[in-house]
Design a protein. Structure first.
Length: 154
């Protein structure tokens, strides 16, 4: 084996292998009367959790769990809809230094997965009879950096 071939086999490899929905729920508990209210001003209670699970030496599962409760800001007792999703993917990671694994799992994997999660949630709101629910992009780098600072401070 030549040195060039040996160097190519040591290159880092990172890719999403499979994406899937582990859990999904859409509820509109006040339908149909929620559709009769004029001039609704939505307020969103949003919760995001990231999980990762090492499957073997080269594979990890990363999941995004989102719960969003959309209320009418003018009448907070009026829930427009609630959506919950756990969207996951299996990632292949080879020749990535161990000291980078946490950052790859907390930043790079969710960055690849989130646009698809966002689209599923948006389409679910439309299919539920509502306007598209467009979640803001999430800065996973800032979330990771803040978690690291919090961990150092404690």
């Amino acid at each position: 084996m030549t040195d060039q071939t040996a160097n190519q086999t040591d290159l880092p490899i990172f890719r999403m292998q499979k994406m899937y929905i582990k859990d999904y729920s859409f509820e509109s508990p006040n339908s149909p009367k929620v559709f009769l209210v004029k001039n609704q001003d939505p307020k969103v209670d949003f919760n995001l959790q990231l999980k990762n699970n090492k499957l073997d030496d080269d594979h990890a599962e990363v999941s995004i769990h989102i719960t969003a409760k959309v209320l009418d800001k003018n009448n907070e007792d009026s829930v427009m809809f609630i959506v919950e999703i756990e969207h996951a993917a299996v990632f292949f990671m080879k020749n990535i230094p161990q000291e980078h694994h946490d950052r790859v799992l907390a930043v790079d994997c969710p960055l690849m997965l989130f646009p698809f999660t966002r689209q599923i949630v948006c389409q679910g709101a439309v299919d539920g009879g509502f306007m598209p629910f467009l979640m803001e992009p999430i800065n996973f780098i800032a979330l990771y950096d803040n978690a690291q600072r919090t961990e150092k401070d404690s």
